[in-house]
Design a protein around this ligand. Structure first.
Ligand code: ITT
Length: 193
């Protein structure tokens, strides 16, 4: 029998994406469904350390197998910004629209639009910690397109696609996405254990 895992996130969009990707084949329990209401800190300067903190916070509360993930958008011509600061790029209010406006302002007039999303998952299984990474290369648009998804999705077009992530269904986004790739590695690891 496969273990049930708690997903240490307060971001419902992430939980929905992963549920759509797993398509019922694997059980994960959201913090909401586990009845856990906790603010998870992410104070570090690397995705790895923040992912560890999310998983460890929930493990310490529940003693159950769990995973957390941290994701950043890394823009080449901005030296990897907003990166680990993606959620708070335009300030502590963590406002998606303000973050996009700041990004587009910084890229105004720049022809170089190359970027990638990077997700790091930290899994705690049997008290041990494991890491899985997924990346998705693409480019930043000049203006927002689409109303789906979350975060920077309206301004990101993945390599090999014409639509922005916000113009895609969850299933389409999962064909390209950093998060889906990291989750696939997590699943492969669990199935081969
Ligand atoms: P948890 O820590 O509770 O998981 P969070 O929203 O704080 O949720 P992150 O720190 O990993 O999660 O997110 C960083 C930000 O990066 C997030 O708020 C979005 O603005 C952006 N982001 C992450 N994944 C994204 C995706 O798939 N598409 C677009 N933007 C994304």
């Amino acid at each position: 029998m496969q273990p049930s895992l708690i997903f240490a996130t307060n971001n419902q969009h992430k939980a929905e994406e992963i549920q759509a990707f797993l398509n019922g084949k694997f059980e994960i329990i959201s913090l909401r469904n586990a009845g856990i209401d906790v603010e998870i800190p992410e104070p570090y300067n690397t995705l790895e350390e923040n992912a560890d903190t999310k998983a460890t916070t929930i493990f310490n509360l529940t003693q159950m197998d769990c995973f957390g993930e941290d994701t950043g958008l890394e823009v080449l011509s901005l030296n990897g910004e907003p990166g680990v600061k993606s959620a708070r790029y335009a300030g502590e209010s963590r406002n998606f629209k303000a973050n996009i406006d700041k990004l587009l302002y910084k890229l105004k007039g720049k022809p170089e639009r190359e970027a990638r999303f990077r997700t790091v998952i930290a899994l705690i299984l049997g008290g041990k910690i494991y890491h899985f990474e997924g990346t998705c290369k693409g480019r930043i648009l000049d203006a927002e397109r689409g109303s789906g998804g979350f975060g920077y999705d309206p301004v990101f077009v993945p390599e090999g696609a014409d639509l922005s992530f916000a113009e895609m269904t969850l299933e389409e986004k999962n064909k390209y996405s950093h998060r889906a790739k990291a989750v696939q590695k997590l699943i492969d690891f669990l199935l081969n254990k």
